[in-house]
Design a protein around this ligand. Structure first.
Ligand SMILES: [Zn+2]
Length: 107
């Protein structure tokens, strides 16, 4: 799922609606739809609109567009796949993501 959505009002509304924030620095817990791997997804423009991953969108809003297309992924530094705190999500390559997951014991 490659995001092509800018700072979109509907996307912001969906993200606010489905997110629980207990404090600024901890994980922002996603309560909406998720992929089979547990990543947060939103669907824009109704039932037939594009499905995008919310953590990638938030990463793009806070860190700018993907620096390496198409190989970059939005990596969770917190290892919580359903988190969308922009401070916890950074762009990285797929290989950096796999290395981090081994280092942090997710694999
Ligand atoms: Zn987090």
């Amino acid at each position: 799922m490659d995001n092509v959505i800018g700072f979109d009002e509907d996307a912001i509304r969906l993200i606010i609606k489905h997110t629980v924030v207990t404090n600024l620095y901890s994980c922002y817990d996603w309560r909406g739809s998720k992929t089979s791997e547990g990543y947060p997804t939103i669907q824009l423009g109704g039932r037939y609109g594009p499905k995008i991953t919310a953590h990638s969108l938030v990463c793009e809003w806070f860190n700018g567009p993907k620096p390496c297309i198409p190989s970059c992924v939005a990596m969770h530094r917190c290892n919580n796949s359903s988190c969308i705190n922009p401070r916890h999500v950074i762009w990285g390559t797929q290989s950096e993501n796999v290395k981090q997951s081994y280092r942090d014991g997710r694999r």
